[in-house]
Design a binder for this molecule. Structure first.
Ligand SMILES: NC(=O)c1ccc[n+]([C@@H]2O[C@H](COP(=O)([O-])OP(=O)(O)OC[C@H]3O[C@@H](n4cnc5c(N)ncnc54)[C@H](O)[C@@H]3O)[C@@H](O)[C@H]2O)c1
Length: 673
């Protein structure tokens, strides 16, 4: 399609003439049929809700089609309105519009729906099984039209994918404010998502899906590589390395697909089980996993060879993870590191597949007999945990990978509770690794996208970022030397590791100072014309963006991990400090009602204004979380916030006084006897 036709298609918004129905393409990975949850009256409401986007005279023609979609898929996606042009992040100057910032947002939206990037592109799902960019194609079309028409004196308010409209604002305000799945707290049970999403009034934005900041599995490779590397460091004896160690896990989907690549980068042997052959083949064809195997005996043989030769190799097993844990136990194959990244935040709608039935049967059962499906999932979870327990008894280090595995396993009655009956037997990766080693010091998944779409711009930004970090490392304190070294190694290998899927994007863990210095250097390079504009952002899975008691904030021990003040403060603070767009979500990685998470996007255009904004916003965006982690008495965060105050005299933080354990323990005897 020509650029003119592309512009026209965007500017028309909702087509005047109803387009012909589209074929259901079987070659595309589709979302599973959602649970049939609406009553007849509620279905009528869903239809009324869908039809309010269209002129009255079209209602009679559309209503049957929409009811068919509701009955067939459990949702109204308005599939006939899916545009005909190819969906991908075009260079920023190819978008129509009056605002560069709005064009940057269009680029990011299209990247989230790119077939190479999105998990279920036709259902507007980017990752995580239900992480939606929009609820339906009309919301997409309307949003793109608003973005193409808006000026820098307006802000677009987006309610769970629905563009409420443009409101007058000002240049320094965000161009878009996104809220996804924000519910009255009592209406935040998993079935509330099913119902209100089917009604068309809310959506599950996951983290970077509904905030247009997803950059494919690269986004998570870096964090996963750091996690695997540090997990191996944790269990290694002196002079031992990760070489020859076996990492067993599951999931080759949106984010989990990063695991084999991260295993290779960290330098170990990895086995990743995946029940969906399409997902496994996609990751294999993209070069994210080295070998595909679908026979358990063959798998055992291959792993034995890899161990013997201390190979760095990633193996995908097409089948159920529970079978692998059980088989490796029987065959006495020692697993050094174990985890799981099936989508257990979404256990009843395709996130986790039970053993004993085929993938197709499972898909059929979850839609037509959800009660039996739930039983099967819970039974599998009990077996899953039992098999893992056998391995950990032999010395495997198992950690929860932020996918609600331990939470759902405990709810299924699996043997995963610690002796005190309150905690889990196994740590989460944030409790043991990412929290104390990264987040408490401000290190988190900073990222950027070169809006020119040019690979050479990305290469240039890699060089700039590397030079900044190397300079910083020379004067970094001992406490963060290992972090700095790991991140420098990552950025040096980034080009060679061919991580780009979709937009020209890069992720790099950095602390507040690192993020500000890197962004400042990018802005200067843009001003000099060395590179085109750059979009900054981060994963929501970060120092300050996410309150999630079993994941991002699982290493907060002052009782406040069940509060969500930090994430809300963060997004409000970002919005008035210069973010180009902000977003706040209910849901995210561990499930609806289990987490509040937010993020931002910021366009760097080489101007003085961008320089001012980036410094002000990035400083807050990281130090907000460090101050909260410090107030929770986390040692690393107390160190980091004191250091931040020395560097910025305008930062004045309330620092906790530590109480002697003996005093607290002893007081009961004195007072209550
Ligand atoms: N570790 C992290 O840093 C991190 C970060 C964010 C999210 N997560 C969590 O990890 C989970 C996975 O995310 P995703 O985007 O990859 O989701 P996804 O749904 O795209 O992928 C999960 C994959 O697991 C497969 N699967 C399900 N049950 C299985 C089983 N029993 N055996 C083998 N394979 C099975 C599915 O077919 C699917 O392809 C989510 O819950 C997510 O929230 C982890």
């Amino acid at each position: 399609m020509s650029i003119e036709a592309f512009h026209q298609d965007i500017l028309q918004g909702i087509p005047k003439v109803i387009p012909a129905k589209k074929e259901y393409e079987l070659s595309i990975n589709h979302a599973p049929k959602r649970k049939a949850i609406l009553s007849r009256d509620e279905k009528k409401l869903a239809l009324r809700n869908a039809l309010r986007y269209f002129p009255k005279e079209q209602h009679a023609e559309l209503i049957e089609d929409f009811l068919n979609e509701l009955e067939t898929y459990g949702r109204i996606y308005m599939l006939r309105y899916r545009p005909d042009y190819t969906m991908f992040a075009r260079p920023i100057n190819e978008y129509p519009g009056k605002s560069e910032q709005a064009k940057a947002i269009m680029l990011m939206i299209q990247n989230n729906l790119d077939y190479a990037v999105a998990q279920h592109p036709h259902e507007l799902i980017t990752y995580g099984g239900n992480g939606a960019v929009f609820q339906n194609w009309i919301q997409y079309r309307l949003t793109m039209k608003y973005l193409a028409e808006m000026t820098d004196e307006q802000t677009l308010a987006m309610y769970s994918g629905h563009p409420m409209g443009l409101f007058p604002s000002h240049k320094e305000a965000p161009r878009v404010v996104v809220t996804n799945g924000m519910m009255i707290p009592n209406y935040s049970k998993p079935d509330d998502w099913e119902k209100f999403n089917a009604l068309g009034v809310t959506q599950y934005g996951q983290m970077t899906a509904g905030s247009f900041m997803y950059i494919g599995p690269q986004g998570i490779v870096h964090g996963t590589a750091i996690t695997v590397l540090n997990a191996a460091r944790k269990i290694s004896k002196a002079n031992e390395t990760i070489k020859g160690k076996l990492f067993l896990t599951a999931g080759l989907g949106g984010m989990s697909g990063a695991q084999p690549k991260a295993g290779n980068i960290a330098g170990c042997i990895s086995v990743t089980a995946e029940v969906n052959p399409k997902a496994a083949n996609t990751r294999h064809s993209q070069g994210w996993v080295d070998i595909l195997i679908n026979d358990l005996d063959e798998l055992c043989n291959r792993v034995r060879i890899a161990k013997e030769k201390q190979e760095v190799v990633s193996i995908a097993f097409i089948g159920n993870i529970v079978d692998v844990w059980e088989k490796f136990d029987k065959e006495n194959i020692f697993v050094d590191l174990g985890s799981d990244q099936t989508s257990l935040h979404n256990p009843w709608a395709g996130g986790y597949y039970p053993i004993g039935i085929s993938f197709e049967e499972a898909n059929e059962m979850m839609a037509n007999n959800p009660a039996l499906f739930k039983e099967k999932v819970q039974e599998t979870l009990r077996l899953h945990a039992a098999a893992v327990n056998k391995h950990t008894a032999k010395g495997t280090y198992f950690f929860d990978y932020g996918n609600a595995f331990l939470l759902e396993a405990s709810r299924a009655g699996a043997d995963v509770m610690a002796a005190n009956g309150i905690d889990f037997k196994y740590p989460s990766y944030v409790q043991d690794i990412l929290g104390p080693m990264c987040f408490d010091y401000g290190f988190g998944p900073f990222r950027w996208v070169c809006a020119s779409g040019k690979p050479e711009d990305l290469a240039k930004t890699d060089e700039i970022a590397c030079a900044v970090l190397e300079e910083m490392k020379k004067r970094s304190p001992e406490e963060i030397q290992q972090q700095m070294a790991d991140n420098i190694q990552w950025i040096k290998g980034a080009q060679e590791n061919k991580l780009v899927v979709g937009s020209q994007a890069r992720i790099l863990y950095a602390d507040a100072e690192g993020r500000m210095l890197i962004a400042e250097a990018f802005n200067k390079a843009i001003e000099k014309g060395e590179i085109g504009p750059v979009v900054l952002g981060r994963d929501h899975h970060d120092v300050s963006g996410t309150d999630s008691p079993y994941r991002e904030t699982s290493n907060i021990y002052d009782g406040s991990r069940f509060t969500a003040d930090m994430a809300i403060q963060n997004v409000i603070g970002d919005s008035f400090r210069g973010a180009t767009w902000v977003s706040i979500h209910n849901g995210g990685g561990v499930g609806w009602g289990e987490v509040i998470n937010g993020g931002f996007g910021m366009l760097l255009d080489g101007t003085k204004e961008a320089d001012r904004r980036l410094k002000m916003m990035l400083h807050w965006d990281v130090n907000n979380g460090i101050s909260r982690r410090s107030w929770a008495r986390n040692e690393g965060a107390i160190f980091a916030i004191k250091r931040a105050m020395e560097m910025e005299p305008n930062l004045k933080i309330t620092v906790p006084e530590l109480v002697e354990d003996a005093l607290v323990d002893g007081v009961f005897e004195k007072v209550t006897g």
